[in-house]
Design a protein. Structure first.
Length: 119
């Protein structure tokens, strides 16, 4: 998968969700799988997986419901743990990238996600 570093210096990739292309921020400070806008919840079959406690950058701790969904990622369907929030953007966390090598080149403004198969 490839993406780019946008005009604000944020690494983003494009994902196809619910029949539309969406920009998703790669958030290396987020160790979960995904945070999706609440408006997308109806587009997935969700299975409640419990509560998630997250510490935000400012030290604020938030509690959110956590769900498992079948999610389209890198031309596959993967089971991802997702929180739905009243936000517009999508966050891809390091939990979803555990089988990937991530390269962010701020000079060329490119992002490369390469699946790594460990034998």
């Amino acid at each position: 998968m490839t993406g780019e570093v946008d005009d604000t210096g944020t690494p983003v990739i494009r994902l196809s969700i619910a029949g539309r292309e969406c920009l998703a921020t790669i958030d290396t400070g987020f160790n979960g799988d995904l945070e999706l806008p609440a408006e997308l919840k109806d587009h997935f079959t969700v299975e409640y997986a419990g509560e998630s406690s997250s510490t935000l950058a400012g030290g604020v701790v938030i509690e959110e419901d956590l769900y498992e969904v079948s999610f389209p990622f890198d031309n596959e369907i993967v089971v991802a743990r997702v929180t739905f929030a009243p936000v517009q953007g999508i966050l891809v966390g390091t939990g979803l990238l555990h089988n990937y090598r991530l390269e962010i080149n701020f000079v060329t403004r490119t992002v490369v996600l390469e699946k790594v198969v460990v034998t």
